[in-house]
Design a protein around this ligand. Structure first.
Ligand code: NAI
Ligand code: MG
Length: 357
């Protein structure tokens, strides 16, 4: 029987709660399917390890993950550790060396969930945001000099390479081509940023020549927030830089009902390294330990993981189970205006997987 090796990194805060729920759901799917197994190894990397040892993960952490088929990640961040240390010490320390350059973020309004946008229902908002995940504004270039002095300077340099932009553009066009509407919107800020963003636009045009059946247009990122809010059905696949897509995808999640339902995949599309699947939300200290974190984002991420490793039937079954559960407002967690707990939602999804509700 096919066995996949999965690295589980729950991390911090509600990451630990939702990954535990996600693993229970995956176990139920394996039982139900009977055609494959998951060999899950859990890594206790995160802020507690940092406080104990001075590092969020071992020096060779990314290498320890190379032989896995996929990585299942929770969230990282603690109230008493600076966010730039936790992000760079764990999440980016995995994404960057493993070259997970395509961050894919589907957003749609699931059954039973209400968008904060008036008159916008399930069919009206169905997007996939493709975020460049290896360079741009988060390339890690920059520094600080003369710390604390009046003349202190800090630089934060964006890096755009032809290779980096071309490969994300190709990924976005390919994804757009695979979706029924074959529609791509390329987001930049090429009026104010004259070099990297203008190159981004030029490369989009070059790559588009290989995808004659994809309709594409360009948007400036500020105007894009307006279009997402006022005309969501005019969009389908969206590609943007690391920073721009980071922001737009939080907006997308909110417009689709809650950040607690939004999933993401950090892909190495060539499959030279394992890809990583995680909810887009963070460790949410404000609700940690209360048992009310919405596990749906993590379940949806688990479905993307199954699709990626080659178990589309199980992926579909999980998505169907999620939608059966979200359709029932009694099974909504507080972020969706309900009173259900993480456990209650998890049990309901498992029941739906087993086929009895
Ligand atoms: P956050 O996503 O943790 O929380 C924002 C708001 O959304 C909070 O009110 C939270 O309660 C709510 N929320 C988030 N996920 C939810 C869920 N599953 N169910 C119900 N409500 C949910 O973002 P915030 O507060 O800016 O960051 C908290 C920590 O997480 C920081 O240390 C930050 O650096 C880290 N972070 C980590 C990320 C990652 O590991 N990928 C992503 C974003 C933030
Ligand atoms: Mg973000």
């Amino acid at each position: 029987m096919k066995t996949y090796r999965i690295a589980s990194i729950p991390g911090d805060g509600i990451g630990i709660e939702v990954v535990a729920a996600g693993l229970c759901v995956l176990e139920a799917l394996v039982e139900r399917d009977g055609g494959f197994r998951l060999d899950v190894e859990t890594f206790d990397w995160g802020s507690e390890r940092y406080k104990r040892t001075g590092a969020l993960m071992p020096e060779d952490g990314a290498d320890q993950l190379r032989d896995f088929d996929a990585i299942f990640f929770g969230a990282v961040g603690a109230p008493d550790v600076p966010d730039h240390l936790t992000l760079w010490g764990l999440r980016l320390a995995i994404c960057q060396p493993l070259d997970q350059y395509a961050n894919v973020r589907p957003t749609r309004i699931l059954p039973g969930i209400e968008s904060p946008l008036r008159g916008v229902g399930p069919g009206d908002l169905d997007w996939v945001i493709v975020r460049e995940n290896s360079e741009g504004e988060y390339a890690g270039q920059g520094g600080r000099s003369h710390r604390g002095l009046p003349g202190e300077v800090a630089t934060e340099v964006s890096i755009f390479t032809r290779t980096g932009v071309e490969r994300i553009m190709r990924h976005a066009f390919t994804l757009a081509q695979s979706r029924p509407r074959k529609l791509l919107t390329v987001v930049t800020k090429s009026n104010a940023q004259r070099y990297g963003m203008v190159m981004w636009d030029e490369i989009a045009r070059e790559v588009s020549a290989d995808f004659p059946d994809v309709t594409w247009d360009k948007m400036l990122v500020d105007a894009m927030t307006v279009r997402m809010t006022l005309n969501p059905s005019s969009l389908d696949t969206i590609v943007a830089t690391n920073l721009h897509a980071d922001i737009l995808s939080d907006l997308a999640a909110a417009l689709a009902g809650s950040i607690g339902i939004a999933p993401t995949a950090n892909l190495n599309p060539e499959r030279r390294t394992p890809s990583m699947f995680e909810p887009i939300h963070g460790s949410a200290f404000d609700i940690t330990g209360k048992g009310i974190a919405n596990p749906v984002a993590t379940f949806w991420s688990a479905s993307m993981l199954l699709q990626h490793i080659g178990e589309p039937d199980a992926a579909r079954r999980l998505m169907d189970a999620i939608e059966t559960v979200t359709a029932n407002p009694d099974l909504h967690t507080p972020d969706l205006g309900g009173t259900a707990t993480t456990d209650r939602v998890t049990e309901a999804v498992i029941a739906a997987i087993r086929g009895r509700n």
